[in-house]
Every structure is written in C-alpha cells, then in structure tokens.
Design a protein. Structure first.
Lengths: 132, 152
C-alpha cells in the first residue's frame, strides 16, 4: 500500500490539501499509539480516514463543511467512486465507536492493526481517486 | 453498557443476556444540514395492528432484509434491530470471524441501502475476538427495546 504524496497542493484545492494534511497527522498519531493504546489507535485511525474522505468530498463532491457522520457514510455507500472503500470506512467507524463508547471493551492489538490496515487501504484509494 | 466481558464467568463462551439493560444514549452530533448533504428520511414505525409491506422501511423489514443478505456461515446468527428517532441500529453478534469476513459483512450495507435507499441504518458487528478479554467471557446484552430478528 502506497501512501499519498505529502504535498498535492499543485493538483488539489487548498482546503483539500488541509484535509489531507490533517489526515496524515492523525495517521501518524495512530501509528505512534499502536503499542501503547490499541483503543486510541482505532479512534485516531478513524478520524484520519474521515479527513481523507472529507478531502475527496471537498475536492470532487461538495464544499460543505457541515457533513455529519451519516452524510459521510451515505456518500461512501452511494457514490460509485467510493463504494469499494466503503467497508474499510465502516470498519474503522465501528471499531472507533466500540473504543469510545463501550468502556469495558478493550480493542485487541491485532484489531488495532486491522484498523491501521483499513486506513492504509483507504488512504491509497482516496489518493488514487484524487488523481495522484 | 449493552455488551461487555462478564466479570465472573471464565468459560470463554459467548453469553447473551436477553433481559433489557439500560442503554447509554450514543452521542448524536448536531449538524446543520448543508444543501449538498444527502437527504434522509426517518425509518417508519409500524403501528400496532397494521401489516407492513416488504417495501416499507420499517425496523423489522430492514432487519429481515439484512438477515437475508447474511452468508450461510452465519446461519443461526444473532441479530437485533432497534429504531429510535428515525434512526435504525442493527447489532450483529457473530462467532469469531476474520478481518476480511468483517469487511464483507460491512459491504452488505450497500445492498441494504439499495433496498431501503432513504433509511438511516447503522450496523454494529461484534464478536469476542475483537477485544482483549483477559480470560473473561464475552457477554452481549441487547439494548432495551431491540427486536431479535430470526435467522434465515
């Protein structure tokens, strides 16, 4: 899985680049948490994916900054360009909900690695769809 | 908390509590809908004494439609559905499955959306292998008011 190039400002809108920058920062934080906190790895990995998704949506679909989680979920399920990425986003969302709102449950390190794998696939997919 | 490791039992098996437990209200983000945002309509609730048609996006119909999409290896699965404020939650309790199988189950949401394009549905897949149980068994407590959907 090849990550997006760090600077795409010559090919995407400035705000799209800001979403991509935020996504990479979150991705790097998620990576740094893998050994110490599988729960937060899953949570931050989801928010990295959300920023990658927002980058695509801002660039290609809508310049709205008022999207809800349901709006994003709907786009991943309905837009043909995003449909193959939908399960990765849904898995990240589900794991992050478990980690945040079900305190007795603690995400396994292997599950956190699944989340990072989901994120890597999602990042690459968004990058390809942005044409880079 | 509707599902959690049981503190006493150490059999390592999945336990399911049918008794309703208090449900933590999941935070619902309040967003101003943008003009570009996809439009949603509420899940319809069937009135007592009235029969729902297959095409109506009721909680039971959506739950049954999702159950029909599940792969054969989940025969005998446990699925619950609950409608609240126009939003539908599906809880699917499975035996331990692989990451790829989990992704395949999430893919079914696209098929479900094709059948009920305007319903707000959220799928929760859960099984013991996702979590660090430290030798304790996994116990699933269906949320209060959730309906059990029978296996296909």
């Amino acid at each position: 899985v090849v990550p997006c190039p760090s600077n795409l400002s010559n090919v995407v809108k400035p705000h799209t680049q800001e979403h991509l920058d935020a996504a990479r920062r979150n991705r790097d934080v998620a990576r740094s948490l893998r050994t110490t906190s599988p729960d937060w790895t899953a949570v931050v990995a989801f928010y990295a994916a959300l920023q990658f998704l927002d980058a695509y949506l801002f660039e290609e679909v809508t310049e709205s900054d008022k999207l809800s989680h349901h709006d994003r979920k709907t786009y991943t399920e309905e837009l043909s360009a995003l449909r193959s990425l939908q399960p990765y986003y849904a898995d990240l969302y589900g794991l992050s909900v478990d980690a945040r709102y079900n305190p007795p449950l603690r995400i396994k390190p292997e599950t956190a690695q699944n989340a990072m794998d989901d994120l890597a696939t999602f990042e690459q997919g968004i990058c390809m769809r942005l044409g880079v | 908390m509707w599902y959690h490791p049981h503190p006493m039992d150490t059999t390592g098996e999945v336990n399911i509590q049918e008794a309703a437990m208090p449900v933590l209200a999941r935070p619902q983000a309040k967003h101003k809908r943008s003009a570009d945002a996809p439009r949603r309509t509420a899940v319809q609730t069937v009135q007592p004494g009235r029969r729902a048609t297959a095409s109506k996006p009721t909680a039971t119909n959506i739950g049954k439609a999702f159950a029909a999409l599940l792969p054969d290896y989940l025969a005998g699965h446990r699925l619950w559905v609950r409608e609240e404020s126009g939003h539908l939650d599906l809880w699917l309790l499975t035996p331990s499955i692989s990451h790829e199988q989990r992704l395949d189950l999430y893919r079914l949401q696209v098929s479900l959306r094709a059948q009920f394009p305007k319903a707000e549905v959220e799928l929760h897949i859960t099984y013991p292998g996702l979590y660090e149980l430290e030798g304790k068994p996994f116990e699933f407590v269906p949320p209060r008011g959730a309906l059990s959907i029978e296996s296909k």
